[in-house]
Design a protein around this ligand. Sequence first.
Ligand code: APR
Ligand code: ZN
Length: 230
Amino acid sequence: MTGAGVSAESGIPTFRGEGGLWSSYDPVKVASIDNFLEDPAAYWRVSRERGPAVLAARPNPGHLALAALETAGHLVGVVTQNTDGLHQDAGSRRVIELHGSGRVVQCLDCGTREKRAEVQARLGEEMPPRCRACGGVFLKPTVVLFGEAMPMAAVEEAFALAKAADVMLVVGSSLVVYPAAHVPLKAVEAGAALIVVNAEPTPLDHLATVVIHGRSGEVLPELAEMLSAA
Ligand code: APR
Ligand code: ZN
């Protein structure tokens, strides 16, 4: 399972930890569904600032190592809290997006979908961006905002993988947001060994068989190296 930390070395700021997005914005204010419906421009102003880094981001060696581990048959899939699409770009085939995808934008009035990159490109002269089909102002990326339900199919698939896992590897997550943080707990309850790779301690470190405090872009390639040599 991965969190924002696995994309930090691709230039996408994390939410928590130093330089995290939530140290300069109030998450509920800018990323809750209620506030979005109140004032979609507030959300899109943050996106105008943060969007270019996300859209320009490319997979880093950590993403590529996870794809290599899946190809080598050591990894069944990736459950991610990230919405940046970098696991798919890196070649991971089984990716479960617990918080949806930020690459697609949907109009809440008429359902029309557009590529995020196209909407991002018109934020300069259109704030909030308007739906090309109906002119509506509630264009929302297909991500889970605070106060929204998680995609049940993705959550169920993630829990099923966790329960069946021999080893659960958690990378780059502060493990403070639920129900995502339940996924590794389900794995441990079912008898899996837990490995945590993170830049700083997490609340689940005490349950881990192995804790590696380091950068995922360095640790994961080493892990993939060791396993392919095994
Ligand atoms: N390598 C490994 N870990 C890193 C790196 C790195 N290069 N850089 C940062 N980290 C760690 C940070 O120390 C932090 O503990 O990654 C973690 C990222 O934590 P968060 O920013 O809280 O990200 P995440 O756990 O994915 O947040 C969960 O919260 O705001 C919501 O929906 C949002 O999906 C997000 C959810
Ligand atoms: Zn519309």
